[in-house]
Ligand binder design. Structure first.
Ligand SMILES: [Zn+2]
Length: 272
């Protein structure tokens, strides 16, 4: 059987459970277990795309139980070189408003207990990959241009704080995250991005602000987030998210001119 191939992988977060209208669903096995769900492969804007809903198509997998290694390994088995990852985020800044999109350029990880590397000791070599620039700059620039074309309100940079969840932050945590330079909060961006880096993949985060986390100090009238708020905001934005993804895929150059594919060069420890 010929294995299906795709060049771009889309991992759908809360609200985005399907993408390809006439795709073919396949089950991919990995040595890290099963991915979150079947992966749908099909054409979008003339390119072969693999789509995977991060929490499963019925949203049954919580953020701390997502099989991150299996998801990224499955994508790399399919030949995917670039990942577009969508997710819901809370805002830590008054000017980052619900409904806005943010294309992050940095993360700070506060999640814990997750299997966050493919290089887990023998037979794998000890490997230290740089995450100084975790997001693909080339893809982020293309996302910014797509944001203009599709007329969505977006922010072209941002630092995402990643927490384990599944609970939302306390007010003190929100204040702390803001004080250390966080702009938005999310539960899934890590280790997805670090694992993609270990496979030399490009990674673009498309995040949608659904709420103000536990409120922002500048405006005491803002209520802390609830799940109802997140769901309503995600549903309202799913059309825009699809339009953005389609435009990005349409305009992505076929060949990568970024340095993402070189992430493993000189990264393995070798004692002579
Ligand atoms: Zn790249």
């Amino acid at each position: 059987m010929t294995k299906q191939k795709a060049e771009i992988g889309v991992i759908g977060g809360s609200g985005l459970y399907s993408l390809l209208s006439d795709g073919k669903a396949i089950d991919v096995e990995t040595k890290y277990g099963k991915p979150s769900d079947s992966i749908t492969i099909g054409e979008l804007a003339g390119r072969m795309v693999a789509f995977l809903p991060r929490h499963g198509s019925k949203h049954t997998i919580p953020p701390h139980k997502v099989p991150y290694r299996a998801n990224i390994d499955a994508m790399s088995q399919l030949g995917v070189e670039r990942i577009i990852s969508t997710s819901a985020v809370g805002s830590l800044r008054a000017n980052l408003m619900p409904g806005d999109f943010v294309f992050p350029d940095q993360f700070i990880n506060f999640s814990h207990g997750r299997e966050d590397t493919f290089f887990d000791g023998e037979p794998e070599p000890v490997t230290h990959v740089s995450t100084a620039e975790p997001y693909c700059d080339e893809m982020r620039q293309i996302a910014v241009a797509a944001g203009d074309t599709t007329n969505v309100k977006y922010h072209n940079t941002g630092t995402v704080i990643v927490v384990s969840g599944p609970r939302f932050s306390t007010k003190a945590e929100s204040r702390f995250f803001r004080s250390i330079g966080g702009d938005i909060v999310n539960m899934t961006q890590y280790p997805e991005i670090a694992l993609a880096k270990e496979r030399g993949m490009c990674f673009l985060g498309i995040t949608v602000i659904t709420d103000y986390d536990s409120g922002v100090d500048e405006n005491r009238s803002i209520e802390p987030v609830t799940l109802d708020v997140v769901n309503a905001r995600m549903s309202a934005n799913v059309g825009k998210t699809r339009a953005l993804i389609t435009e990005i895929i349409k305009t992505l150059p076929e060949k990568r001119s970024c340095s993402c594919k070189d992430s493993l060069v000189n990264a393995a420890v070798s004692v002579k």
